[in-house]
Design a protein around this ligand. Structure first.
Ligand code: WTA
Length: 649
């Protein structure tokens, strides 16, 4: 292997790494040969109330579908994340909170303090009638209470459903209605980049929408101190309900397969689905991957910049790091406030050693040049991670050379909400990196590439990425819709889990994720279903029909391109275009704001009435010479007029 783009493991790093090349090969081979032995041993890293004797019970065949790990084990996730550290790490910082405003003091919360805070809230939730199996919705900014709330739910066996603080009332309501949530935990307001986000007002608006009657109580964290309307007796101040609660709370005994959380994510069809993760396998998997992929040491200061509203925050801010007794930094702010050196300044301020962020942030900061990076030290860093979307080689190299000063390995981690944790990534002390490739599978993970007909492709190949076998952190079902789970992931390619991603495997067996092959758009690392944006658009009284596709975007990876047909008699105008874009933003949230909206007198459809998205994608990409075969269209002239319109935009 003498490719110019091969980055071997830095010597200094390899010398002290937890897992080296020979270990990787040996452990990977063992994990595939005897998964029961392998995952049985790994399971001992978490605290069990009753140790599992049955390790895996898996069959991906829809006719006899089984997906269970550690099924006779019993545990409570918070015991691994909190109680077991008290004796040896009670005073160690569990969460290091860095507020949006750098002038505000950072907060250090020790494991002892975090345990106490979680227990107090857990007791309060029990008093409010929350029981094992109830769903609690968490709509909070990136403040310590977000982690406390998740863990307090886990403590009493309630299922948390965290809703990203950037979602609008309509999106919150849909996520509450789908799982009949009983209680919502929110804050008066959030802060991001010096601006305030009206969280409580958004919850109020959401709870006026149909389907949300299940909510009995809203707990409100006083964060900014901004004025909010409290509706009694539904709304309660968080501080008041935890007042006087004991700092001990017996953890609920959970079966390994009892739900830990639901997290809604966009799929290719219809409304977002509630991805359900269970307790035992998830915890084993996220703690193990966190330790191995980040080469975690006792004195590391680990910072993942994701929001807890996404799976990365669940697995690699809260559960993985805390189960490992790590110090995790929780950042309320954004990369460019007060200026574009903020990330690097926070790294210096807290002597961060492990840093994990998204390509979209790297690209945005790269655009600002090297100076804002170079005026900081970053000597504390020893590893850099990337997640959420493919990282282009140029951004990878900048991250490695400029941010890491060429010293720190970069781990490009591929995974999904559905996978619970990292599945393909270099292990930093073992696997040489290639910029743009997530490299090789983690232990126990069996990726494969199939063509459109489902034939397994060997050797160098490009096609759809599937997984041939289960791993403990795999999602178990779509909340309330097991059929949808099986249909979405296990029917396309029998015997395989279908990821929805395209992928290439090179001559060294390295995997290169090429992006989604379904109708999911990855905007700045956030998943948006084209169908969601279309449904929001057609809610507008002037819109007859809409079709939404992704297109390549320099900063966001992909942008959102909407084609809109107005109802007969409505005239298009610049004003209406702006109104419709704002409409989507208000319905779903800022992350779904279309970048372009093109008027479409009509949409290209097959004779059976199916919209031909392939063509719309090419027009959005501004590649009208690559439209391909248009002969199956009901009316080919539609395409010509869309191409003309695109030119004048
Ligand atoms: C994409 C985020 C390339 C991919 C953890 C996947 C990536 C989707 C990478 C899941 C990566 C995530 N390289 N693509 N390293 N990481 N993706 O559910 O398309 O928010 O299917 O989970 O992001 O997004 P999700």
């Amino acid at each position: 292997m003498s490719q110019p783009d091969l980055h071997p493991v830095p010597d200094a790093f390899a010398a002290a790494a937890r897992i080296r090349r020979e270990d990787y090969e040996r452990l990977y081979a063992e994990s595939i040969r005897d998964p029961d032995a392998f995952w049985g041993r790994v399971a001992q890293r978490v605290e069990w109330m009753r140790a599992p004797t049955r390790i895996r019970n898996v069959n991906f065949d829809p006719a006899d579908f089984r997906l269970r790990w550690y099924e006779d084990g019993e545990l409570n996730a918070t015991v691994s994340c909190l109680d077991r550290h008290l004796a040896t790490r009670g005073d160690k910082t569990a969460l290091l909170f860095e507020p949006d405003d750098p002038a505000q003091p950072a907060q250090r919360i020790s494991y002892r303090e975090l345990h106490a805070r979680v227990c107090r809230l857990a007791n309060a939730l029990r008093n409010l009638g929350v029981r094992k199996g109830d769903v609690v919705t968490i709509y909070l900014p990136m403040i310590p209470e977000a982690a406390v709330a998740m863990l307090a739910c886990a403590r009493i066996g309630a299922i948390h459903s965290v809703v990203f603080g950037g979602f609008a009332p309509h999106s919150i309501a849909g996520r509450i209605a789908d799982c009949a949530s009983k209680l919502v935990i929110t804050a008066d307001e959030g802060r991001r980049g010096g601006k305030k986000v009206p969280l409580k007002a958004n919850v109020d608006a959401a709870l006026k929408l149909p389907g949300t009657q299940s909510v009995e109580t809203v707990l409100v964290v006083r964060h900014t101190g901004g004025a909010v309307a409290m509706q009694m007796p539904r709304d309660r101040w968080y501080d008041a309900v935890i007042e006087g609660q004991p700092e001990q709370c017996d953890p609920e005994r959970m079966n390994a397969e009892d739900p830990l959380f639901v997290l809604y994510t966009s799929g290719s069809t219809g409304k977002p689905k509630g991805v359900l993760h269970t307790t035992g396998g998830y915890l084993v998997f996220v703690s193990y991957t966190h330790e191995a992929v980040f080469d975690l040491r006792e004195d590391d200061v680990y910072w993942c910049t994701a929001d807890v509203g996404w799976v990365t925050g669940h697995s690699y801010i809260v559960y993985g790091p805390l189960a490992n007794g790590a110090t995790a930094l929780l950042f309320e702010g954004v990369p460019n406030y007060p200026d574009v050196s903020r990330f690097w300044e926070v790294i210096d301020k807290h002597q961060v050693t492990l840093f994990y962020t998204a390509p979209t942030a790297i690209r945005a900061l790269m655009r600002e040049g090297d100076a804002p990076v170079k005026r900081t030290s970053r000597r504390s860093l020893r590893l850099l991670g990337s997640v959420g979307e493919p990282i282009n080689p140029e951004a990878w190299r900048w991250y490695f050379d400029v941010v890491g000063d060429g010293r720190c390995p970069v781990v490009d981690t591929w995974w999904q909400t559905e996978t619970g944790g990292i599945l393909i990534s270099p292990l930093p002390g073992a696997i040489a990196a290639k910029p743009g490739s997530a490299t090789l599978p983690f232990f126990g993970v069996r990726p494969a590439i199939v063509d459109a007909e489902g034939n397994l492709l060997e050797g160098e190949a490009e096609g759809n990425l599937v997984l041939l076998d289960s791993w403990p952190g795999q999602m178990r079902t779509v909340y309330g819709d097991h059929e949808r789970f099986i249909d979405t992931y296990f029917r396309a390619y029998p015997g395989c889990y279908f990821t929805g991603d395209g992928c290439r495997r090179d001559a060294d067996g390295y995997y290169w994720i090429t992006g989604r092959v379904d109708d999911v758009i990855n905007v700045s690392g956030h998943r948006i279903g084209t169908a969601e944006v279309e449904s929001a658009l057609v809610l507008h009284p002037k819109v007859a029909e809409a079709a939404v596709v992704g297109f390549p975007h320099d900063l966001k990876g992909q942008g959102i391109y909407a084609y809109v047909t107005l109802v007969a008699g409505e005239a298009d105008s610049e004003e209406l275009r702006k109104e419709l874009i704002a409409y989507v933003r208000n319905e779903i949230g800022p992350i779904a704001t279309p970048d372009h909206l093109q008027w479409a007198p009509s949409l290209p459809k097959t004779r059976s009435g199916k919209i031909m998205r392939r063509i719309l994608r090419k027009i959005a990409e501004n590649a009208p010479d690559q439209l391909g075969d248009t002969s199956t269209l009901a009316d080919p002239s539609v395409v010509e007029s869309l191409v003309q319109q695109r030119r004048v935009m």
